[in-house]
Ligand binder design. Structure first.
Ligand code: GUN
Length: 284
């Protein structure tokens, strides 16, 4: 079997094209959706991600303001969030993670107005996902579910193994897939017999940040594989999947680059528009 490619790049383009028309319509009517990003510290990868968010926003006409601090106290960062929560011209707030160690990120994320929480990381929004009453989902899990839906890959009744237990990816994704009728196993460093759980899965979603971690012998014939890994090496951006081997066994697979990454970026723009429309009657 040779895998069909799950083309996240093409789907992301289609979604951002649609969003750009929505933004143009708002602007014609005098409304300007605006994203604020907050970056603290000097992590080069975080700088790259924040720059991409600026570029993506501006490309489709979303206004953008960046708040950058080489260093800031937790107290002052909380005050900045309060200020951004109050500002009527800002509709989405994204605090780039990880934050420096002296800042409690949970405290910061909890302070973001749930209506402006474009990342979907505020505990209220996380709880809403668990209860299946949410209309706002973290970008990477949301992008993954959209790719599966686009290619009509069934979630209901499928055995799905997620190799990631982070607050950003694995945990919300597990809840979203359970809500859709999937049977979800979350594999992590303390899991007994992880290989068995991966081999049993109809859908494997992996985000461990280790190049070539998932090899052909680890997956079931005909499985669907979604690669969330992003590691930079001399050849550029690499995923977690040993692509040549795994793609020969699977029915569908996401490439890296061009799979989940572009979808995550598109979902941020979609979330900003969702937040904007919740804050503005004009947009409903
Ligand atoms: N750091 C890594 N991924 C993310 C993300 O999706 N959102 C934010 N805010 N920070 C991140």
């Amino acid at each position: 079997m040779s895998a069909m490619i799950l083309d996240g790049k093409a789907l992301a383009q289609k979604i951002t094209d649609e969003l750009s028309h929505i933004v143009a319509d708002y602007k014609e009517r005098g409304f300007s959706p605006k994203l604020a990003t907050v970056l603290v510290g000097e992590d080069p990868a975080s700088r790259v991600y924040v720059n991409l968010k600026k570029k993506d926003s501006e490309k489709i006409g979303i206004d953008y303001e960046e708040f950058y601090y080489k260093d800031i106290s937790e107290e002052d960062l909380l005050l900045l969030i309060d200020d951004l929560n109050e500002r009527n011209d800002i509709h989405g707030i994204l605090v780039q993670l990880p934050l420096p160690r002296h800042i409690d990120s949970n405290k910061i994320l909890e302070r973001i107005d749930p209506l402006k929480d474009v990342d979907g990381f505020n505990p209220l929004n996380v709880g809403r996902i668990l209860l299946n009453i949410s209309d706002l989902f973290p970008c990477t899990p949301k992008g993954i579910v959209k790719i599966l839906d686009e290619y009509k890959i069934p979630i209901e009744g499928s055995d799905i193994t997620i190799i990631n237990r982070s607050n950003i990816i694995g945990k919300p994704l597990a809840a979203m897939l359970i809500n859709r009728g999937g049977t979800v196993t979350v594999v992590h460093s303390k899991t007994k017999n992880p290989k068995e759980k991966i081999k049993n899965a109809d859908i494997v979603i992996i985000g461990v940040g280790k190049i070539n971690f998932l090899t052909g012998d680890m997956v079931k014939e005909g499985a669907v594989v979604v690669d969330v890994g992003i590691t930079r090496d001399l050849n550029g951006i690499r995923g977690d999947v040993k692509y040549d081997e795994v793609s020969k066994k699977t029915s569908y697979i996401t490439p890296v680059p061009g799979g989940v990454g572009p979808m995550t970026r598109a979902m941020l723009l979609e979330n900003l528009i969702i937040c904007f429309s919740k804050q503005n009657d004009c947009a409903k």
